[in-house]
Design a protein around this ligand. Structure first.
Ligand code: BES
Ligand code: ZN
Ligand code: MN
Length: 505
């Protein structure tokens, strides 16, 4: 979809439909709508369909002009009660509204800024969230369908209409494009099946981004990883016929070569069977999205590149399948990791931490990060604890965790902290190695993070985000249609922009 700004008096605004928001349980329509209606749609305020419209959250009412007009349609979009309003309400309502426009094959949709009057937020934030929700709510994945596909690419254009100038609007269009594209990429990769999204494909995608935005790009195969001592990554990868790829990308605008980078690490298991500790067959197909952490890192770098954010950012994505095989690693194996620490494998299904530990320690050794964030679909326990709309947040630096949580909230990405007390380590003590890769069933998400913590020095502020729940929406959430969410991209882009390299988190 294309964004356009239309500036000037009402008579200059045209389109197939114009959107206006409305509040539940209020006697009159919003002032902005009435003012516009007085001049452009005098039929509107006495329209009898309004009597049946309560303006509940995301309730829609489509009205038709009885005569030829600049807008043949007005779409009223309910916001619910004023006191319950939030940016999430706005995002959901906007997503549902543009989807209705798509269903009707309307090409040109107008969204006047006066529709936002009365919402307690800055205008640029309101416009941004509405456009993001529009772009993301229209997302669908139909690449693999050959019949019964709805190919409507409507709306084709969204006009932001204002009477006066909107100084922020063009930069905002650019931002919305960049970030929503990053999220779409992350969604596409997590949705596409594992026979298509292989480690090789992840590396191709990374190479494409690197060359588009002039980033440094390296990829290690299994032999190279073995040479580098990445025993954890190698252990997981050796059981798969699909060639593994350890991907490293660096966005380093000129002049920032000496800036300690912000490092993003993403779990890239392109399919998780569990390995020798094999998973039950039911729902195993979901494990195609076990690379969503890496996909979010790629999506973030796509946005960072497009926005030319003046920060040094590194992405590290260990990508492999986790398969049972004659060469697969086994329960009881003791693995020497890149950091030199030895791990006793209890479950080969705890493969995420086996590859991430090497990615973290490699990143620390090579880059001396100023900040490090990893994203991983790490534990089913996180889905049990927090459900599918809140990510688990753990790490070694409370300020960083608070920053992430606060940045995510207004963007619709929710995080909740879990504790990482030292005593949790007792659960993974091993008789034969430095520690085990799994404890008892208790506190599964924390144990996963505790394992990773062993590989990050205290001096590096680090956050671990468990996205096992948030990666996938089991039902439609409006701006997140049912399916892959692209969770993490928005927050990470914001974190990178907000980060003051000299002041830590
Ligand atoms: N990829 C899974 C975790 C997962 C489960 C993600 C459900 C998304 C939805 C991970 O590799 C895994 O298998 N974790 C195990 C850990 C256990 C062996 C300690 C789990 O959660 O059961
Ligand atoms: Zn996994
Ligand atoms: Mn697993």
């Amino acid at each position: 979809m294309e964004w356009k700004h239309v500036e000037g008096s009402f008579s200059r605004w045209t389109g197939d439909v114009i959107l206006f928001f409305a509040w539940q349980d209020e006697d009159s329509l919003p002032d902005g709508l009435l003012r516009w209606g007085d001049s452009e749609a005098p039929w509107l305020k006495d329209n009898r369909a309004l009597k049946d419209f309560r303006a509940k959250k995301s309730e829609l009412l489509l009205l038709y002009s009885p005569t030829e007009a600049r807008f043949p349609r007005v779409l009223l979009v309910g916001l619910g009660k004023r006191k319950d309003w939030s940016l999430e309400v706005l995002r959901h309502a906007t997503a549902m509204a543009v989807r209705r426009c798509r269903d009707l094959s309307l090409e040109r949709v107008a969204l006047p800024v006066l529709a936002f009057d009365g919402m307690p937020e800055d205008q640029d934030v309101l416009v941004r969230e509405a456009l993001m929700a529009a772009a993301l709510g229209l997302y669908r994945y139909d690449e693999l369908k050959t019949r019964d596909v709805e190919k409507s690419d409507c709306p084709k254009a969204l006009f932001v209409c204002s009477e006066g100038p909107l100084p922020f609007v063009h930069e905002l269009f650019h931002e919305v494009d960049a970030v929503s594209n990053g999220i779409r990429l992350a969604r596409d990769l997590a949705t596409a099946p594992a026979n298509l999204v292989t480690p090789t494909r992840m590396a191709q995608e990374a190479a494409r981004i690197a060359s588009a935005y002039g980033m440094a790009f390296e990829v290690f195969d299994l032999d190279k990883a073995r040479e580098l001592g990445m025993g954890g990554f190698v252990a997981v990868a050796q059981g798969s016929r699909e060639p593994a790829r350890f991907i490293v990308m660096e966005h380093c605008p000129r002049g920032l070569e000496n800036q300690a980078p912000l490092v993003l690490v993403g779990k890239g298991i392109t399919f998780d069977t569990g390995g020798i500790s094999i998973k039950p067959a039911a729902k195993m197909e979901d494990m195609k999205h076990d690379m969503a952490g890496a996909a979010a890192v790629l999506g973030t770098l796509e946005a960072v590149g497009r926005l030319k954010i003046p920060r040094r950012v590194v992405g590290v994505m260990p990508c492999t399948e986790n398969m049972p095989d004659g060469r697969a690693y086994k329960p009881g194996d003791v693995i020497k990791t890149h950091a030199g620490l030895t791990v006793e494998v209890i479950s080969t299904d705890a493969e995420g931490r086996m590859i991430l530990c090497d990615a973290l320690s490699y990143a620390v050794a090579r880059y001396q990060p100023a900040l490090m964030v990893d994203l991983a679909t790490l534990t089913g326990a996180c889905v049990i604890a927090l459900g599918d709309r809140v990510a688990g947040l753990l790490g070694n630096n409370d300020a960083l965790l608070t920053t992430i949580q606060n940045l995510g909230k207004p963007l619709g990405e929710l995080y909740w902290p879990l504790p990482l007390y030292d005593f949790y380590f007792e659960d993974i003590k091993s008789d034969v190695a430095d520690f085990k890769n799994v404890g008892e069933r208790k506190a599964g998400t924390i144990i996963g993070a505790m394992f990773l913590k062993q590989f990050v020095p205290e001096s590096v502020p680090w956050a671990h985000v468990d996205i096992a729940g948030t990666v996938w929406a089991d039902k439609d959430l409006g701006w997140i249609p049912k399916g892959a969410s692209g969770f993490g991209v928005r927050t990470l882009v914001q974190l990178i922009r907000a980060w003051k390299p000299d002041k830590g988190a």
